[in-house]
Design a protein around this ligand. Structure first.
Ligand SMILES: [Cu+2]
Length: 170
């Protein structure tokens, strides 16, 4: 390639960079493809699934269903978006082993006031948060259990009927 040809190409490049995009196409034959980072198809970051669960003064969770991937770490934050005190409208998140009788568990929990309404003798609990009142929040991190469908509840007396949902590990 002769010098004037190089100069000509160079001037074309300069022109095309600020000019008509159709012109620049002609000069793109030799362009090197830049490796684009592959986007990972995942809703979680670094194997951590973050969940925000809220509870209110009307005894309601915002989620009826929580889905996570098997093998993920789960970072769950429970936020009490109401105003009532923990003594009258406390909320927690209790993840129960499969086949747990929710109502029996909740009945036992009523007697466990001194233990944050988690029955001490029970082995049905996979993980739980502490009990919180209006305006408070609490976070726990745990490994997702094996694939399956689990129940989660609030174990504050009288709340289980309204405050329960499914925790699904896929
Ligand atoms: Cu509750």
């Amino acid at each position: 390639m002769k010098l004037y040809q190089i100069a000509f190409l160079f001037s074309l490049l300069v022109l095309s960079s600020c000019g008509n995009p159709k012109d620049s196409k002609k000069e793109d034959k030799q362009s090197i493809k830049i490796n684009q980072p592959v986007e990972e198809k995942s809703t979680s970051q670094d194997g951590v699934t973050e969940i925000i669960l809220t509870g209110n003064d009307q005894m309601r969770f915002n989620l009826k269903e929580i889905k996570v991937d098997a093998g993920d770490k789960v970072k769950l934050t429970l936020k009490h978006i109401g105003q009532l005190d923990v003594k009258v409208m406390g909320h927690n998140f209790v993840l129960l082993k499969p086949e747990t009788n929710i109502n029996k568990f909740a009945t036992k929990a009523v007697d466990a006031k001194d233990n944050d309404y988690i029955p001490q003798e029970s082995n049905a609990v996979i993980v739980h948060t502490k009990m919180i009142g209006g305006g408070e929040q609490t976070t726990i991190t745990f490994d997702a259990p094996e694939k399956g469908v689990y129940d989660f509840i609030c174990s504050f007396p009288g709340h289980v009927a309204l405050m329960q949902g499914k925790f699904i590990v896929e």
